[in-house]
Design a protein around this ligand. Sequence first.
Ligand SMILES: Nc1ncnc2c1ncn2[C@@H]1O[C@H](COP(=O)(O)OP(=O)(O)O)[C@@H](O)[C@H]1O
Ligand SMILES: [Mg+2]
Length: 403
Amino acid sequence: MPTTAHPALPTGTVTFLFTDIEGSTRIVQALGDRYREVLAQHHELVRQALAEHDGTEVGTDGDAFFAVFASATDAVAAAVAVQRGLATHSWPDGVAVRVRMGLHTGEGRLSGDDYIGLDVHRAARIASAGHGGQILLSAATTGLVSASLPNGVTLRDLGMHRLKDIEQPEHLSQLSVAGLPDRFPSLRALDVRPTNLPSAMTSFIGRVAEIAELHRLLGQTRLLTLTGPGGTGKTRLALEVARGALDGFEDGVYFVPLDAVRDPGLVASVVAQAIGVAEGGRAADEALLDELANKQLLLVLDNFEQVLPAGELVERLLGSGPDLRILVTRSRSTGSCRSPSPTRARRSRPRRSPSTRRWRCSSNAREPSARGSRSRTGTRQPWPRSACAWTGSHSPSSSRPRG
Ligand SMILES: Nc1ncnc2c1ncn2[C@@H]1O[C@H](COP(=O)(O)OP(=O)(O)O)[C@@H](O)[C@H]1O
Ligand SMILES: [Mg+2]
């Protein structure tokens, strides 16, 4: 941003707002020199909203603004005020001035008069993923403002998206403002693969070797089971692996928490709900089998230990198409963690992550069900499968082996 308007920039946890006029070249072509007038009016509207909601202008670049707020709620109020102002303003020659906006809350670190760090880039990428008139929020900002939205403003969950040049996918939400358009084309994010993966509220620590090993195994096997005592990080690890696997699954990656499910007969219905399959009068398992046939999709079935007989459903699902993969987590007491394959176990012991006490994987293990699969046509279909029995430490950053 070439121009800097205010020297007093907040640091610590701040909310960044990026805005940008959509199709400004088109407006310049339509208005010629009168575009300057449009730009001045646009700038005045944005600056007025910043002043009214305690925002600080970090800089402008042509038709784009970069502003910062000490409060996420103020940032949202300012963004809404700008959109309302733009929508009701009468523009020269009736041109439509539509502005895309992105908000993200993160660490405000200054280097001179400029913010540095990934959070600034994330905020800018979020803004550029949107369309004119749209206000996009990162998961961090959404979490802070969801309980205190301005009147007439609601949140719409847009799911996980890969943003350009940013490795960790972002869970995006849109602000819907009463009276303003709230339906937009697909985001301009790098990847709009469908997923219901929850966004992580805390940073993921360590487990570098385990993640690499699980990605390797997921590339080779269609059913992968993570087994270990409760509280050792299986769910967190499975989610991390699932996020990293988004690129490889055209039809998406879905997380199905089964911790509240006691009846194996309900698993099909819970999975169907998680991936948005309408049962439409059919049995849930039939609806799922139809939906998943020929889908390139990863299912994460978390806390399978209470619904083990549903292993039969897992087998039928895997039999429904060649491109479905399933990652299961399952709790088991420390004593029963044994690797059926000592050779393999040695090879897969992590070298770089000191946090894991033991990490053992074996292929051809019998998880979560002991039998081979039978396809809907009745033929047995063996598929490669792996089970990983592990005992991680409760603290991912701990380097002291326990137990
Ligand atoms: N690698 C990690 N980085 C940060 N937090 C972690 C990590 N692994 C586990 N945790 C945290 O530890 C707690 C227990 O992990 P969880 O995945 O729920 O264990 P499990 O599924 O084995 O019962 C959770 O609060 C989780 O967020
Ligand atoms: Mg768990």
